[in-house]
Design a protein around this ligand. Structure first.
Ligand code: TRP
Ligand code: SF4
Length: 414
């Protein structure tokens, strides 16, 4: 029977046994925003779940098909940063999307049952087209971006997909596509007739309501209708338990789940500010890289703007108008933060002095990254081996899924 959102959150056991999968487009060296926003979470999850993390290299080509030369270097730089953050090949499986070509086959097969309107409706579709207006993104591949992502997710029957807010609609789409897939291909023989007979037993009025709710759920993906139909069945006194199960199963296909519906696992929002107080992002040119040198970190932070009211040392300031304070919010203890607030407002400390503890913390954090990265920078083969071992593990699962998918789609002849 279908597990909907509510069931998942109720069951701890379920949560812990869920397979986690997430991907990242290779974008070169990662910065502290990536660390605090994504990687720190991956490192934590790898101890709680079976985790698969992969490089979404094909996804880069959906927007950068005109510049493929950037992919390779960015890819290895990014993987080294995953390792530097503490993603551990002993706990998590790391692989490259294009090295498991089954993703392409699943993408193709899913495309057969994916309405174009679902893809056109994805918020990222129009957004990115507008944002990257200098590029021709009226391509088939770009339209299919969320479908490729769906194939990535469904391939591993992942229960949970850690992503940021912007990616939630894509995970939603993968749920809808899984549901549609199960609807078409998850039927047991004779199931449909039995379910239709059970609907008749509901009585004319309720049967009509059931059918309307079912349609709204299976075709529009409206979960509320699922819940309502469920309540309707539960509340019906005179039908057998077998029929009740049949009617619930019929709501999302035929009862057999071939591709389970994943859940987005929203990554806790990171407040990691950049050097200018805006969100840290390469496009704002305000980043500190994970493997940035001590000297460079020191230089960048010393150059940071502070509260413009503090022209002279004797001018009092307000931490709320200062990007340095935002870094204290991430890195400093309560005690240091009190020292800053007090010293800033009373002009008791200078800005350079105030930056000191932040510089120290960031240096300490990045030193750890640099130390972990060192052996991988020195021997690229080590990184390649980790990835090929991960890829092997991924392929085993992908092969199994594809076998099931080909079977139910009538493609298992030899
Ligand atoms: N689209 C995701 C991003 O831009 C990357 C991605 C590709 C992904 N496939 C995925 C994330 C599967 C989670 C699961 O960040
Ligand atoms: Fe910013 Fe610290 Fe200077 Fe106050 S003392 S303006 S918080 S750097």
């Amino acid at each position: 029977m279908r597990k909907n959102n509510k069931d998942y959150s109720l069951s701890n056991l379920n949560l812990q046994t869920q397979r986690v999968l997430s991907g990242m487009r290779p974008s070169g060296r990662l910065h502290l925003g990536h660390y605090h926003g994504v990687l720190k979470n991956w490192v934590k999850l790898q101890h709680q779940h079976e985790c698969f993390f992969f490089v979404a290299d094909w996804h880069v080509l959906t927007t950068h098909y005109d510049n493929p030369s950037i992919i390779e270097q960015s890819l290895w730089d990014m993987v080294i940063d995953w390792l530097a953050a503490g993603v551990n090949p002993g706990s998590a499986t790391m692989f490259i999307q294009s090295k498991v070509p089954d993703h392409a086959e699943l993408h193709l097969l899913l495309s057969m049952l994916t309405p174009v309107s679902w893809l056109e409706r994805a918020p990222t579709y129009k957004e990115q087209q507008d944002k990257l207006a200098n590029k021709d993104l009226s391509t088939y591949g770009f339209l299919g971006y969320p479908l490729l992502q769906t194939a990535d997710i469904l391939m591993y029957k992942a229960g949970a997909v850690p992503v940021g807010q912007d990616q939630v609609p894509h995970v939603e789409m993968s749920r809808e596509i899984a549901r549609r897939f199960n609807h078409y291909y998850g039927k047991k023989p004779g199931f449909e007739q039995k379910a239709e007979a059970a609907i008749k037993k509901l009585g004319k009025k309720n049967a009509k309501l059931y059918n309307a709710l079912r349609k709204d759920f299976t075709q529009e993906g409206n979960e509320e209708s699922f819940d309502k139909a469920h309540a309707l069945i539960e509340g019906h006194a005179s039908i057998s338990l077998g029929d009740k199960e049949r009617l619930v199963g019929y709501l999302d296909g035929g009862g057999k789940i071939i591709l389970p519906e994943p859940q987005a696992m929203l990554t806790p929002v990171s407040k990691m500010p950049g050097l200018d107080g805006q969100k840290m992002s390469k496009s704002y040119n305000n980043v500190i890289e994970m493997r940035e040198s001590d000297e460079s970190i020191e230089k960048k932070i010393k150059r940071m703007q502070t509260d413009p009211a503090r022209v002279r040392l004797t001018d009092p300031g307000d931490p709320n108008n200062c990007p340095v304070w935002q870094l204290h919010e991430v890195y400093s203890t309560v005690k240091i933060k009190e020292w800053v607030t007090e010293g800033c407002k009373s002009a008791g400390i200078g800005c350079l002095e105030c930056k000191g503890p932040v510089i120290e913390c960031i240096k300490q954090e990045t030193t750890e990254f640099r130390e972990r990265a060192k052996e991988f920078e020195e021997s690229p083969d080590l990184v390649k081996n980790i990835i090929s071992e991960g890829t092997e593990r991924a392929r085993v699962i992908a092969k199994e899924t594809m076998q099931d998918v080909r079977d139910v789609m009538g493609l298992s002849y030899r």
